[in-house]
Design a protein around this ligand. Structure first.
Ligand code: PRP
Ligand code: URA
Length: 214
């Protein structure tokens, strides 16, 4: 798959994002720093991913005169993290658009089959009118992201973006194939999945490293 030709796939090459991902990969990076880095990367990615957010003109009075000036229509944005690890990316995006609504989708990967199992779904009202940013640091087999997006579509969501920090080629291909309409943002495309469906070289288990479990 030649990703450069896919208009709905963005693979970041910004040096700040690459640098922070290298720090994330380091097994000696502790929970506190790991969490901070995930938030910073999400903010940097969000800056680009939200470049088409709708604006509305509002009246503002400057010290000189009144004028109509564009502002983000913030209530039109929904951030939907895939629990747990996706939560780590929410604050970074909220720092850009504090008025965004936040939904949650709970999925975990079965350890043997690697298939996602759904346990929670709560989405903001009028989801069909919103730009939706689904967050999850890891796109491995692609099963969790693909199922979360199917669920959002079943609730009426249409304008969907998916943001991850590390993707495998297998996961990226699967997600793009199942949801070609979804704009996918990837911090770094890694080499492959191993037999346990972990991304190589990856960063290990993102949820455990964000929350300090295990
Ligand atoms: C991880 C990760 C993704 C999923 C990716 O979550 O955060 O949600 O695995 O794998 P996939 O692309 O093969 O579906 P996990 O199931 O470990 O749950 P957690 O975030 O609660 O730890
Ligand atoms: N989930 C993770 O957290 N890391 C991987 O490498 C694969 C799935």
């Amino acid at each position: 798959m030649n990703y450069a030709d896919e208009k709905n796939i963005v693979i970041f090459d910004h040096p700040l994002i690459q640098h922070k991902i290298s720090l994330l990969r380091d097994k000696n990076t502790g929970t506190n720093e790991f969490r901070k880095l995930v938030g910073e990367i999400a903010m940097l990615q969000g800056f680009e991913a939200l470049s088409d957010l709708p604006l509305e003109d509002v009246e503002v009075e400057t010290p000189i005169e009144k004028c109509m000036t564009p502002m983000i229509a913030g209530r039109k944005l929904a951030i939907v993290p895939i629990l747990r690890a996706g939560l780590g990316m929410v604050d970074g995006i909220l720092s850009l658009v504090p008025t965004a609504k936040v939904g949650h989708i709970g999925l975990y990967r079965d350890e043997k089959t690697h298939e996602p199992v759904e346990y929670y779904c709560k989405l903001p009202h009028t989801i069909e009118e919103r730009t939706i940013v689904v967050t999850d640091p890891m796109l491995a087999t692609g099963g969790s992201a693909a199922d979360a997006i199917t669920l959002i579509k079943q609730h009426g969501g249409r304008n969907i973006k998916f943001m991850c920090i590390i993707a495998s080629p297998e996961g990226l291909e699967r997600l793009h194939k199942e949801h070609p309409d979804v704009q996918i943002y990837v911090g770094h495309l890694d080499r492959e999945l191993n037999d346990d469906a972990y991304i190589c070289p990856g960063l290990g288990d993102a949820g455990d490293r964000i929350f300090g479990t295990k």
